[in-house]
Design a binder for this molecule. Structure first.
Ligand SMILES: Nc1ncnc2c1ncn2[C@@H]1O[C@H](COP(=O)(O)OP(=O)(O)OP(=O)(O)O)[C@@H](O)[C@H]1O
Ligand SMILES: [Mg+2]
Length: 338
């Protein structure tokens, strides 16, 4: 449904010299450098899939979304959304897609939300049944009525974001692009937005491409993950496969009798070089080991041999640890703040 074929976006950035003469000089000489925001991104998001598009600040996510929504053309490569090249066929494409840019409003700034919705209804020629069904849904899930007659510019961030998300979905688009749709929202509102996105996906098969720095959004909504780093896609697949790329794994155990916690921690660390151990909740001990150096079997074997285990679990690696390693290019253990 969403296809990116070797998408590239380069920006010309004119270096400004300080002062008025500097500005004039810049104008005359047109000295510039090229910023490669997206450098050859390829991926495919099938219909009905909810994909997360994640990466560090400046990785090129919003630029990719802008090309796929027709806001800007690629320098080279091609994007296809529901069979159309968005930047070539902006009008036809607009009927198929919904867009939220969390950092920028898509609504009419001086109009009350209710008026914006009436305009959208006309623009998209939304059938009455669809319009009323969706307004009822937004009332229920987003408490949209509460926004009343206040112009958009006077709304709080959370109020505006509710309206933005609702507006993007009003015409039942086949595809929705959500670029940081929960930025600045409180817990309850985040959950409401996640529930709405999951609801339309389940009911209508809406394809979702979501960008977020909130791990909670990604785990609550997405079934596919694309990780972009320095303008390139470095991972595409399910969440589980991404987590499996973790270079450290953990075992959490609880033991009885024998050595106390401090002693046990010291014993583990001195016997298994490269492994870190620390006290966890409820008298348990967490052991983190580098995958390349130790196997689960070796670590568990050691624990079984030296401790009278009451409990022992191997938690799944957490997404934050995996992402930190990808974003920083450093092994997870080095990037973890102490
Ligand atoms: N209009 C522009 N002119 C020049 N450079 C730009 C422009 N838009 C984006 N860039 C640059 O392109 C790179 C990617 O920006 P982009 O906004 O796509 O990142 P992002 O992944 O969305 O980051 P964030 O997580 O902070 O939103 C950055 O280095 C940015 O400075
Ligand atoms: Mg962005």
């Amino acid at each position: 449904m969403i296809v990116a074929e070797n998408l590239v976006k380069e920006f010309r950035v004119y270096e400004r010299r300080p002062g008025l003469l500097g500005s004039l000089g810049t104008l005359l000489s047109r000295e510039h450098r090229i910023v490669r925001a997206v450098s050859g991104v390829s991926f495919e998001i099938p219909a009905g899939v909810k994909a997360a598009y994640i990466g560090a600040n400046g990785a090129g996510k919003s630029t990719t979304v802008k090309m796929l929504t027709g806001v800007m053309s690629p320098t080279s490569g091609r994007g296809l959304v529901a069979g159309l090249e968005p930047y070539r066929e902006r009008r036809r494409n607009a009927a198929n897609i919904g867009v939220v840019f969390g950092q920028r409003s898509q609504l009419w700034w001086d109009l009350p939300v209710a008026d914006s919705f009436r305009i959208l209804r006309r623009i998209y020629d939304i059938p009455d049944t669809v319009y009323h069904r969706n307004m009822e849904l937004y009332r229920r899930l987003l408490d949209l009525d509460a926004l009343g007659t206040t112009p958009v510019r006077q709304l709080s961030l959370g109020q505006r974001m509710r309206a933005e998300v609702a507006a993007s979905l009003l015409h039942d688009p086949a595809v929705v692009f959500l670029d940081e749709p929960t930025v600045g929202l409180d817990l309850v509102l985040k959950e409401a937005v996640r529930a709405l996105v999951n609801h339309v996906n389940a009911e209508l098969g809406t394809t979702v491409m979501l960008t977020s720095h909130d791990i909670g959004d990604i785990t609550a909504i997405c079934d596919q993950v694309l990780v972009v780093n320095r303008g390139e896609v470095v991972h595409q697949g399910g969440m589980h496969e991404l987590l499996r790329t973790a270079d450290t794994r953990a075992v959490v155990f609880e033991h009885q009798d024998g050595p106390g916690t401090a002693e046990a921690v010291a014993l583990v660390e001195s016997s298994l070089p490269g492994v870190t151990a620390r006290a966890a909740d409820g008298g348990r001990i967490r052991v983190d080991y580098p995958v390349g150096r130790w196997s689960a079997r070796q670590v568990m074997g050691f624990l079984l041999e030296h401790f009278d285990l009451v409990d022992c679990v191997a938690p799944e690696p957490d997404l934050e640890t995996v992402l930190r390693r990808i974003y920083t290019g450093r092994p997870a253990a080095e990037g973890v703040p102490v």
